[in-house]
Structures are given as structure tokens and as C-alpha cells.
Design a protein around this ligand. Structure first.
Ligand SMILES: [Zn+2]
Length: 175
């Protein structure tokens, strides 16, 4: 019997680089620097992807989408998240809620938090009020040129769709 619920945890970090778009949670934010990486560098979607994969004991993001694979160069990280969600469903689960703290010195996430929550909710197919997002500035960590994302997800077992109950067959006595 599969457990009713599962949790997953993932984290990721990327370095800021000049003159590339900044994507966080599937949303492009106005900022002079973006996050470097083989894909679009979306640190939040990567942490979420690993959290989902971990929850169903699937291989991690680096194993499924190797940075040495040219297919993922500049890729939209929503593709990685979609594959993780597919594996979650195949294992018989669906997302309930996520909590994702972000650590970055700049830009301020507050003005964009609603848009990010809506986009993440859309990607995970859960309501926006089930996406917890909190941005903090990393004090004393010496990571001002990096963005760090953590992510915790809760999954619940999906009840297999039962076939509509058939009316009981009544044997008709031969008359
Ligand atoms: Zn990453």
C-alpha cells in the first residue's frame, strides 16, 4: 500500500551574470543581471523540480537533464518541472502545496511575488494559495552574487477513479 502523502525537498543555486534575462519561477523579472546556467537558470523551478522528483524517489534533475546534453542549452525550465510532475502522476500522486524560500540580495521579489506564485501554481496545477513564496536577503553569507532557492512539496495519493457502479443484475426467472 502506497503512503497517503509524501514530502519532497530540493534546493538549487545559480550565479548572477550580466546581460542575460532573469527568470525566477517561470517569470522574467526586470534586472541588469540574470542567472547563469546551462538552461534558463531558473533557480526556483530547479529546486521545485528536485523536490518533486525526490518525493517519488525519482532520479534528480542533473541525472535526468544532464548539463552536458545540448538539448537543454537555454531550455525553458518549465520543461523540467513538467517531466517531474509527469513522474509524480505516474507514481500515483498529485501536488498539494509547496513552500519555497528564496535567498537573494537583489532584485526585490515582493513586487513580483504574486506573478511568480500564479505561474508556479499553473505549472504545478494547484491553486495559487497553495504556493508559499518567501524571499530573504542572505545576511553574512557572502552570496550576494547568487540566488538560492529551497523548496518543500507535499504530495497526496490520488484516489484511482472508480468505475461507475453497475446496477446489480437481477436474474429473471423463466416464466
Ligand atoms: Zn539549477
Amino acid at each position: 500500500m502506497k503512503p497517503e502523502t509524501r514530502i519532497g525537498y530540493g534546493w538549487d543555486s545559480h550565479e548572477f551574470k550580466r546581460s542575460i534575462p532573469l527568470k525566477i519561477g517561470g517569470v522574467t523579472l526586470p534586472h541588469p543581471k540574470g542567472l547563469g546556467g546551462h538552461s534558463d537558470g531558473d533557480v526556483l523551478l530547479h529546486a521545485l523540480t528536485d523536490a518533486l522528483l525526490g518525493a517519488v524517489a525519482a532520479p534528480d534533475i542533473g541525472t535526468l537533464f544532464s548539463p552536458s546534453d545540448t538539448r537543454w542549452k537555454g531550455a525553458d525550465s518549465a520543461v523540467f518541472l513538467a517531466e517531474a510532475l509527469r513522474r509524480v502522476r505516474a507514481a500515483g500522486y498529485a501536488g498539494v502545496n509547496v513552500v519555497s524560500p528564496l535567498l537573494l540580495a537583489a532584485p526585490k521579489i515582493g513586487p513580483h511575488a504574486a506573478a511568480i506564485r500564479v505561474r508556479v501554481a499553473e505549472l504545478l496545477e494547484i491553486p495559487p494559495d497553495c504556493v508559499g513564496l518567501k524571499a530573504k536577503t542572505p545576511e553574512g553569507m557572502g552570496t550576494d552574487n547568487a540566488a538560492i532557492a529551497h523548496s518543500v512539496v507535499l504530495l497526496e495519493r490520488r484516489v484511482a477513479q472508480k468505475k461507475a457502479a453497475q446496477p446489480p443484475r437481477i436474474k429473471k426467472d423463466k416464466q
